[in-house]
Design a protein around this ligand. Structure first.
Ligand SMILES: [Fe+2]
Ligand SMILES: [Fe+2]
Length: 177
């Protein structure tokens, strides 16, 4: 398991914490790794927010699927699933990300989007990074940790709310819905 950086696990527990809080939940050991029950914040990590919407239904649907797949991986990590299952879920997320990027790129090209090359380069950089992570995980060099998910969440949020938003007027002009 990772060092818990950014995972919320380092939150200090007060002595007055309620009996149902995460502070009282005992960690469990599975597959030789320690797992702590997720806090409410962690469970909400991949919840869809209206602010993510690009106001194009087909693309919002794909973005929601990305968040759903990431939430599934997050939940599997929290419940101590085996490395094989985590690798499978991570792979589903990566495969769907590729499908989404390809569809987005096709739409941007069809709309003669002027920033197409820079946008595609961002997609490619993310895919290179996640492939690296997959390799490291497969080689047993690193354990799948919440750091991976924090990285993905931050990347997705930044990309969807920044880079993706910029193509919206061009796609809408081509009646993409
Ligand atoms: Fe996107
Ligand atoms: Fe994109």
């Amino acid at each position: 398991m990772g060092n818990g950086r950014g995972s919320g696990l380092r939150r200090r527990c007060s002595e007055r914490a309620s009996p149902r809080s995460h502070c009282d939940a005992r960690p469990t050991i599975r597959n030789g790794l320690m797992f702590r029950p997720q806090s409410a914040d962690q469970r909400r990590m991949f919840e869809w927010k209206p602010s993510y919407s690009v106001q194009i239904g087909s693309i919002d649907g794909q973005h929601q699927n990305l968040f759903r797949l990431a939430a599934k991986l997050h939940a599997a990590m929290g419940s101590g699933q085996s490395n094989a299952i985590l690798a499978q879920l991570f792979d589903s997320l990566v495969q769907y990300t590729k499908v989404h990027f390809q569809q987005e790129e096709r739409l941007m090209q069809g709309a003669d989007y002027p920033n197409f090359a820079a946008h595609k380069a961002e997609h490619e950089a993310l895919l290179r990074r996640v492939h690296e992570m997959q390799q490291q995980f497969a080689n047993g060099r690193v354990a799948m940790s919440t750091d991976v998910l924090h990285f993905l969440k931050n990347w997705l949020e930044k990309h969807i709310m920044g880079t993706d938003q910029q193509y919206v007027p061009y796609l809408k002009a081509k009646s993409v819905a």
